[in-house]
Design a protein around this ligand. Structure first.
Ligand code: URA
Ligand code: SF4
Length: 202
């Protein structure tokens, strides 16, 4: 095999900051094999950015439905998310939705620290392009991305934080809300926190 036949290994840290549009970032991600999640994925799920979106939601990782469909939050968590967004007066078409890692972990396990660290160059570059005034993190993986590994949802949620000039509203992942049921604290918190985020972008 000659050098010309070698696959070009994209290094997100080197490449992502140079691709300064949504379309170029999304087009480059399917060529990313920078972490072990590239082995288990069916396809890369870059996320969605409807033009004019002022709110950004950051989830954890694609699940089975997303891995098959190529879009974020289209499975069971996504159905609950749509319902809660509607209660807060928001349509999915008004929000950008990204994940901390773009490829489905095997068996939906939590992304490992190294995987999230490798993939965050894509996420950081996407956030620069979207430039949202308000970010909602859904669950622990996204909270770690936003506030570092020491942050905990139970203590971080309930207040609006500021990260690099943007409002940050940390909340639970919809999957936690489903796990703890209709009377559980995560669902109540998600409702309240999405209402807070909606009020910030009104
Ligand atoms: N859970 C996530 O965190 N993201 C998705 O896209 C789907 C489920
Ligand atoms: Fe690349 Fe992210 Fe997929 Fe890992 S999860 S292969 S860093 S796009």
């Amino acid at each position: 095999m000659t050098a010309a036949d070698d696959p070009v290994i994209v290094d997100p840290a080197a490449v992502a900051p140079t691709l300064q549009t949504w379309d170029r970032l999304a087009a480059a991600m399917p060529d990313c094999y920078a972490c072990p999640l590239s082995v288990s994925r069916t396809r890369v799920v870059p996320g969605v950015f409807p033009s004019g979106a002022r709110l950004l939601l950051v989830g954890e990782a694609p699940g089975r439905s997303e891995d098959e469909g190529g879009l974020p939050f289209i499975g069971r968590s996504g159905q609950l998310l749509d319902q809660l967004l509607a209660e807060a007066g928001l349509q999915r078409a008004e929000v950008a939705v990204l994940n901390t890692v773009k490829c489905r972990p095997p068996g939906n396990r939590t992304p490992r620290r190294r995987e999230a660290a490798t993939c965050r160059s894509w996420l950081d570059a996407q956030v620069e392009v979207i430039d949202p005034p308000v970010i909602v993190t859904l669950g622990g993986a996204a909270l770690t991305w936003a506030l570092g590994p020491k942050a905990r949802i139970t203590t971080a949620r309930g207040t609006v934080h500021e990260v690099r000039g943007r409002a940050l509203v940390p909340t639970y992942h919809p999957a936690a809300a489903m796990r703890f049921g209709p009377q559980g604290a995560p669902l109540q918190a998600l409702r309240a926190d999405l209402a807070t985020a909606a009020a910030l972008v009104q």
